[in-house]
Design a protein around this ligand. Structure first.
Ligand code: NAP
Length: 323
């Protein structure tokens, strides 16, 4: 089969379209013909040699795809069924092997390019908000990087759950975040998000913070956290180290919880996917929840797609059309 391959780690120029073996199916796996995949920042780290795939998983990049069933391997799926799925890797390829219980049916009203923008962004957001964050209707929550793929999915889900949403983004993305359902959009280039939140919540603060930035955001997150609030750390795009006064976190009885999705066991991911889909299927079908596709590249333009992500130019997901 054709796949995007790499002979050595490095920049986007190390990626090329080449030939490799079709994956062999293990028990309870089906073979999917990939129609589209979407880029994730983890792809860039893996491409640079800083984020190896979990042991035993494909070395090929790609954490999600949409496509059709090519070999159902005795499962309840039928050849030709249209699906989308989270993956531990391998989606930058014509075919990928997936556990049969990880698959979600592609909503009929969405294209393959739209459907591939759902799994990683929405499952990460669902995990942070619901599984870990235990978000409740009526709570105030802060979602950083509201125009990112995961941030935007979190805004849409939190709105459906009935939370009041604060979000941060750069200037050109403010309207996009408002349209997605955030009540207060803070342009972090002009305003101190912590001060805005304290003012808008009469000093109560937010009950839940989803943070991808890290670095000196941690201190500001603690400043605007409500009593017994939680900070869920999902990435460190703004820096991995910082210094804080732990007494300030203790005074809030705050919890700082870090999480990843790719390293979770398959059973955990299956349960997460099924819980999410029970909540979200109807909402995607009636258009309430929307995958946000920023741009679509053909997979032979994979280098340009990676450069585009590295320039932080996207609002939502960058999709690669495979077949
Ligand atoms: N832990 C997990 O389970 C998990 C799962 C999936 C993804 N992630 C991570 O979550 C992060 C977001 O992923 P994504 O795919 O949603 O990203 P994305 O769509 O590529 O968007 C990232 C956005 O974050 C903002 N940003 C980047 N660097 C920043 C900085 N230093 N300071 C402030 N804002 C910055 C930029 O928007 P502005 O122009 O608005 O600043 C940028 O467009 C990535 O780091 C990814 O690896 C974690």
């Amino acid at each position: 089969m054709k796949a995007i391959l790499q002979e050595k780690f490095g920049g986007s120029e190390t990626l090329y379209l080449g030939e490799t073996e079709i994956p062999k199916l293990k028990e309870r796996e089906v073979l999917v013909r990939v129609k589209s995949t979407a880029l994730n920042r983890a792809d860039i780290s893996q491409r640079e040699g800083k984020y190896p795939p979990p042991k035993g998983e494909s070395e090929i990049l790609g954490l999600e795809c949409s496509g059709t069933i090519e070999d159902s391997n005795g499962s309840n799926w039928k050849v030709g069924d249209e699906i989308m799925t989270l993956l531990p890797g391998g989606a930058y390829a014509e075919f990928v092997a997936v556990h049969q219980n990880m698959l979600m049916p592609k909503p009929q009203n969405l294209t393959f390019e739209e459907a591939t923008a759902i799994p990683e962004a929405f499952l990460t957001a669902w995990q942070a908000l619901v599984r870990i964050g235990e978000i409740m209707p009526g709570q105030h929550i802060l979602i950083h990087a509201g125009a990112s793929g995961v941030g935007n999915a979190a805004i849409q889900l939190a709105k459906q759950i009935g939370a009041t949403i604060f979000t941060t983004c750069s200037e050109s993305k403010v309207n996009f975040c408002v349209d997605s359902g955030a009540k207060h959009v803070i342009n972090y280039q002009k305003e101190d998000f912590s001060e805005v939140i304290k003012q808008k919540t009469s000093n109560e603060g937010v009950h839940l913070i989803i943070d991808f930035i890290g670095g000196d955001y941690l201190e500001k997150n603690i400043q605007c956290l409500a009593k017994d609030g939680k900070i869920i750390q999902l990435a460190t795009m703004g820096g991995a180290s910082t210094q804080i006064d732990l007494r300030k976190l203790m005074a809030k009885r705050g919890q700082l919880i870090a999480s990843t999705l790719r390293s979770r066991t398959r059973d955990y991911q299956i349960k997460l996917t099924q819980d999410f889909w029970k909540f979200a299927e109807r909402l995607f079908l009636n258009g309430t929840l929307k995958p946000v596709v920023d741009s679509v590249f053909y997979w032979n333009e994979v280098r340009e797609a990676h450069k585009y992500m590295e320039a932080n130019r996207n609002k939502g997901k960058i999709v690669l059309r495979v077949s």
